[in-house]
Ligand binder design. Structure first.
Ligand code: CU
Length: 635
């Protein structure tokens, strides 16, 4: 199926809809056969066995008169929609026609370790001109996607959607469905993109504040400007890569005219948003239409109505809309406002709706620095000795920090998962339970939010440029650039699992710091790259609380393979399951993991360039007492 056929099938779909809608919308019973996004026809279907064949190749791709060479799946970008029903058995043969290795990882899918598709972790990869057969049971429902885990192929178009219908049907109805894949495309070689970033990390940031702006005090007070420059950061460092090189895509279409989806007035339309970008966070809205969010990370949630949502790289959100007899713009603005992907939902072909103007570029705030007070006063020298800028409940953090500084072991500090003296305590492999003086982690009930914690002296070395003074939960915040929008924006604390489940308290707790140095374009975990420190050991059967602390000023979408993360967003038995979670600058968040799948599982930032540079680990799940395989021993 080439891109043109994709458009043709969309048109055919519209025709079908016309036939079906002879009855007025109100007179139709609950639709049992909604009109679905066109999926690839399986090679073979035998009972519950569903077989697909996918071919990876290089194909010319043209936007705006320029032609590049994409890495395509069955000739298209994005690749074809694969569709299953919960309970199916999948066989997917991947034929590699490239002159290099390739792979496919099934993002968010729980499956046997050898089928997870990460070269060097789960299997050797798919060699040039060879075929690999994936086979795994489909044990879940929801909207997911698949992509290459080899080199930079994902940036070049090697991704596609995967949808699994629940065995018992969805708990909501819809008449029509579209998969909406957001992604980013560059005509540059991704290796050059990385080189550019390494040589000058703000290479693609054309929005940097000018000296002129500084002198006129345009955007910030001079004092703040000076403070920022001492931090060697710029408050406009929102995205590594911007519209300066990216073409933002919606279902493989550049914004003008963009993707087109047809509907019949009165229909409930289910939109399955997938962010398959290599480096772009999107803010999605459809002006004039409230969005009822019904799935996050492929999992049903209590429906929540918003006007806009941020979708991090690798996240998925499913929304239901009820459009009237008019055209609407599906607007996906890049987080840094340097561009957008665009589509149109309309009852008739040829209709368009106004394209919103791009909003003001966002600026990082003192909150993103891990400062409590915001605005000026971020300068360390200006802070009174011993003052810790935390205002939270009745706990006296100022006193706590002082105590921690004075005493060699402080139970209160340890309970907060952080020793003031040794920033490495509680990092990586050492479970909190092993720490002398640590309070049992079960003191904090499962599902609750972590308390703010002052950061100790930073011990991550040159690989980490800064440490926030305080890290805290930011799950209730919409994120940079969305703080002041005049409408409802989805936040992580809005996500509540549709069905409550008892949540077991963790047996063990580990804390990982997301670290980096923007000036040197280095990205790591606990100040170490994957090569330097590859492993997070986990024990089969344990219940783990993984706390992630973002020491950097960038957002990192963190993804765990093979097991769900239960995001502790304060909703107890209704905390949502996610496969990917954005960790905001200076944020501290925690997830619970039921460690129930043997083998090495990738855990990484889904900004492709951050992952490539070392913000990557292997979560090694083994039976109790097993020794670490040689290939994963630290160098
Ligand atoms: Cu990252």
């Amino acid at each position: 199926m080439d891109r043109r056929t994709f458009i043709r099938s969309s048109a055919a779909l519209g025709l079908l809809a016309g036939m079906q809608s002879l009855a007025p919308a109100w007179a139709r019973s609950t639709p049992t056969n909604p009109i679905r996004s066109p999926a690839l026809e399986p090679t073979r279907r035998a009972g519950r066995l569903v077989e697909y064949d996918l071919t990876i190749d290089r194909t010319p791709l043209t936007f705006g008169g320029k032609t590049g060479r994409a890495v395509t799946i069955n000739g298209t970008v994005p690749g074809p929609l694969l569709r299953f029903t919960e309970g199916d058995e999948a066989i997917i043969r991947v034929h590699n026609r490239l002159h290099e290795d390739t792979s496919i990882h099934w993002h968010g899918i729980l499956l046997p370790n050898a089928m997870d598709g990460v070269p060097g972790v789960n299997f050797p990869g798919i060699k040039a001109r060879s075929t690999f057969e994936y086979r795994f049971p489909i044990q879940q429902y929801g909207t997911y996607w698949y992509h290459s885990h080899s080199a930079f192929q994902e940036q070049l178009g090697h991704y596609g959607p995967l949808v699994i219908d629940p065995a018992g049907g969805d708990p909501y109805t819809y008449d029509r469905e579209y998969v909406v894949v957001l992604s980013d495309w560059t005509f540059e070689d991704p290796h050059d993109v990385l080189d550019n970033l390494k040589n000058r990390p703000n290479y693609y940031n054309f929005q940097r504040q000018t000296l002129f702006g500084l002198l006129r005090g345009e955007d910030m007070r001079l004092q703040d400007r000076l403070a920022w420059s001492r931090m060697r950061m710029d408050p406009t460092d929102i995205s590594d890569i911007t519209g300066a090189t990216y073409t933002y895509l919606m279902n493989g279409q550049a914004p003008d005219p963009g993707w087109f989806g047809r509907f019949q007035p009165g229909e409930r339309v289910h939109l399955r948003f997938i962010n398959a970008s290599a480096g772009t966070f999107y803010d999605v809205r459809i002006p004039g239409l409230p969005l009822t969010v019904v799935q996050a990370s492929g999992q049903h949630i209590e429906p929540v109505v918003v006007d806009e949502f941020r979708i991090g790289i690798a996240e998925t959100y499913d929304v239901i809309v009820e459009p009237k007899d008019q055209a609407y713009t599906v607007f996906a603005e890049s987080m840094d406002r340097s561009g957008y992907a665009r589509g149109t939902l309309a009852p008739r072909p040829g209709m368009t709706a106004p394209v919103p103007s791009r909003r003001k570029r966002p600026l990082l705030t003192m909150m993103d620095m891990g400062m409590a007070h915001g605005g000026s006063g971020m300068d360390h020298a200006m802070m009174k000795q011993g003052e810790v800028p935390v205002h939270h409940g009745s706990r006296n953090h100022g006193a706590m920090e002082k105590r921690a500084r004075d005493a060699s072991s402080d139970t209160t500090a340890a309970m907060h998962g952080h020793s003031m003296h040794d920033p490495h305590a509680g990092h990586g492999m050492t479970g909190m339970a092993d720490m002398p003086g640590a309070a049992p982690t079960r003191l904090r009930p499962p599902g609750t939010l972590p308390e703010p914690v002052p950061h100790g002296s930073d011990g991550h070395g040159p690989a980490n440029a800064m440490a926030p003074d305080v890290t805290r939960s930011r799950l209730h915040e919409p994120g940079v650039g969305l703080e002041d929008v005049p409408h409802r924006v989805l936040v992580y604390t809005d996500l509540r699992a549709l069905h409550p489940e008892p949540r077991r308290a963790p047996d063990r707790e580990i804390e990982l710091h997301l670290t980096g140095n923007m000036e040197r374009y280095m990205w790591s975990i606990n100040g170490k790259t994957y090569a330097e420190d590859p492993l997070i050991p986990m024990t089969l059967g344990e219940r783990l609380r993984l706390t992630m602390v973002n020491d950097t000023m960038m957002n990192h979408p963190m993804h765990l393979h093979g097991m769900w993360m239960e995001l502790e967003n304060g909703h107890g038995e209704r905390i949502p399951r996610v496969h990917t979670v954005i960790v905001k600058p200076a944020e501290r968040l925690s997830v619970l993991i039921e460690v129930d799948a043997l083998g090495p599982w990738a855990f990484h930032c889904h900004v492709l360039y951050h992952m490539e540079l070392g913000m990557f680990r292997v979560a090694m799940v083994q039976p109790p007492g097993a020794s670490i395989p040689d290939r994963f021993v630290s160098r």
